[in-house]
Design a protein around this ligand. Structure first.
Ligand code: AHM
Ligand code: MG
Length: 344
């Protein structure tokens, strides 16, 4: 509906969550498949405090960019240290928001060596990378916050065991990408929906309903500088993508070097995003980088595996900062990788 050219039927994240909650309450009321259904008020509260953290972080990133640009033009003396502070400011924003919402008992952050146990009566544990890809900020390249949510185990008052679980046990996951605008992609275990922050309204607006990735797309996204450090089979697979089929085109290479931005493009356009083991070691963190992205990807009709072709969400970390290899994206493309590794 439009009033003088203005759409008036927009759906905000808050109203979307309430709508979903009602839908699941009536539709699946004894199946227990969605947290939205089980945890009526608490999940809404948690998502609200997450929204606040994302807006707050988005605002700080924009400010920091400006301060830095002015610094570059010589008006303010900006140092590398100031830039580093942004990581820790955003980490603090996230942690304070999670500590004060009353829903969270365990917080794992990329910026914190140990898990943080919160004294609350909440039912959830959260893992996060407050600003992933921060080395890109100076160039104005998009960075993002990645998060995964677990329901704490029955009887638990919050411990490491609540997060050292298989990725299948996550109840919600998402990321916010801070680009020209802030984009939030969210799954509560039932498809993926995308929201865009309208800074005038201060609200995340539903812009991508039930996102579904194309099954095939000839794009690959990988740091090819590591080729000589990959297992040779993997280098062969990537090499194969450059060999165009008769009358066709080879795969296009697209690599930003900021996981949220590379995954975001993959969610929208399809293709393959990969960070294989380099010299035998994965780089990306299982709990707050691989798991949330794998869950989003699968819920958007994609697929996510490690170098061996094992499903990412079937893995269980032994440590909170454990690293893994990852291949995610279009179902058909990732299946080609899995089949290739089986055959050769
Ligand atoms: P960070 O958590 O230290 O920012 O590192 C994670 C980032 C990802 O955003 C990105 O996919 C990857 O590291 C890029 O690594 P590389 O520079 O080795 O290609
Ligand atoms: Mg990171």
């Amino acid at each position: 509906e439009e009033v003088d050219g203005t759409r008036t039927d927009i759906i905000t994240l808050s109203s979307f969550i309430l709508q979903e909650q009602r839908k699941y309450n009536s539709k699946y009321h004894d199946k227990g498949t969605s947290i939205i259904q089980e945890a009526s008020g608490e999940l809404s509260l948690l998502l609200n405090s997450l929204q606040f953290a994302f807006k707050f972080i988005a605002n700080n990133i924009r400010k920091a960019e400006l301060v830095n640009l002015i610094g570059l033009s010589g008006v303010i003396n900006s140092t590398g240290d100031e830039q580093k502070q942004l990581d820790s400011i955003c980490n603090d924003i996230f942690i304070e928001a999670m500590k004060s919402n009353g829903c969270i008992r365990v917080i794992v952050s990329e910026e914190e060596e140990e898990a943080i146990l919160v004294d609350s009566s909440g039912s959830y544990a959260i893992t996060c990378d407050p600003i992933d890809g921060s080395s890109n900020i100076d160039a104005g390249v998009s960075v993002g916050t990645i998060f995964g949510i677990y329901k704490i185990r029955p009887g638990s008052t919050g411990s490491l065991e609540d997060v050292l679980r298989s990725g299948n046990e996550m109840v919600a996951a998402g990321y916010t990408m801070y680009g020209a605008s802030a984009h939030l992609m969210l799954t509560t275990g039932h498809k993926v929906n995308g929201f865009t922050l309208d800074t005038n309204l201060g609200e995340f607006i539903l812009t991508h309903r039930n996102l579904s990735m194309p099954i095939y797309k000839n794009i690959y996204s990988i740091n090819e500088g590591n080729t000589l450090n990959w297992p040779p089979k993997i280098a062969d697979f990537i090499h194969g993508l450059k060999v165009a089929p008769e009358g066709g085109k080879p795969y296009a290479a697209r690599y930003i070097g900021s996981m949220v931005a590379d995954v975001h493009r993959t969610m929208l356009y399809g293709g393959i995003f990969a960070y294989p083991c380099s010299r035998g070691k994965g780089k990306l963190r299982l709990l707050y980088e691989c798991f949330p992205m794998a869950m989003l990807c699968e819920q958007a009709n994609g697929m996510a595996v490690n170098d061996k072709g094992e499903r990412i969400l079937d893995l269980t970390p032994k440590q909170i900062h454990e690293q893994s290899s990852i291949w995610l994206g279009s179902r058909g493309e990732i299946q080609k990788y899995v089949d290739f590794m089986k055959q050769h």
